[in-house]
Design a protein around this ligand. Sequence first.
Ligand code: MG
Length: 389
Amino acid sequence: MKNIVILGSTGSIGRNALEVISKFQERFRVVGLAAGKNISLLAEQIKKFQPKVVAVSDEKAYRDLKSEIQNTKYKIQNLPEMLSGTDGICAVASMLQADIILSSIVGSAGLLPTIAAIRAGKTIALANKETLVTAGEMVMSMAEKHNAHILPVDSEHSALFQCLEKQTKDNIKKLILTASGGPFINMTAEDLNNVSPREALNHPNWSMGRKITIDSATLMNKGLEVIEAYHLFNMPVEKIDVLIHPQSIIHSIVEFKDGSYLAQLSMPDMKAPIAYALSYPERLANVIEPINWEEISGLTFKKPDTKTFPCLSFAYDAIEAGGTMPAVLNASNEIAVAAFLGGVIGFSDIPVIIKKVMDVHKLQPADDINTILEADGWARRKTQEELNK
Ligand code: MG
């Protein structure tokens, strides 16, 4: 039996993970949950999974949840220990009984709890890409020091992780991250000026949270994943390529020096990489629907167009610059995406604003968490300033 903590239990990854866990109750027990504001769903999850500890980041939501779960309608026998704020979430992330921490809080809010789990030497199923994007070097060396294992949940990195098993680094020529390209992949720069948040949220293959769906449409998601792969697999960035593959059946590819390739394929369903990270090194039976090969009309590929979708090249620029630049890229993107979703800016303004912020950032070495958080805060303020202009 593995004891699981889910950070971000009411989000898309968290809900999928709980589905996997309810299907395999003889293997997994939920001991801790952490969430932001969706109190009614969190209360349902507490009733169903009976965790020992629950943390809520928002103080008001924490008080609301406390009164909510005392409500007789839930009939909760053993009320969990309740914590609040970042400290509370970090406490759940490092709780003694936990074997695996699923880190799936969206954005840089997931950074400190993931670090807390690493310091506690936990196995971390990592869905929060910002942890590696903003603090990759620090986090990876910290994981080594504390003997904390990081297992990727992001579907592309899970694919690479599976293809790379038992392979030595000198055999690898390239890591090829596939990208669906999102809903706008065949549009011109001009078309993109007029797309609405509703159109951008309509992802052709994957059902995901709002922020990542927009990132998928701008190709920023793929850029963040390049940075993630760079740290996770300790590969030079010139050995990491991106390939548009609109069907999202091949989740990523490893090219070997002898001209052979290994790829991982499945239907696009996040339950597959989540289950693999939770059950690793074992595989669970019938986690998702099998591929119906006869129904796939074709698997196609094309080169990403970084002129029309410059966010992808910003990520390469950020790795090149190093230090605090990836944190700035990430934070500026979060604010710009929120502004787009709020109708404040257009889709094409997202890369323009991020570029402006990156261009004026004074680079610092990213060797301690405070420097990274300061750069993150600076980028948020600077992006807001640009938005107010
Ligand atoms: Mg992904």
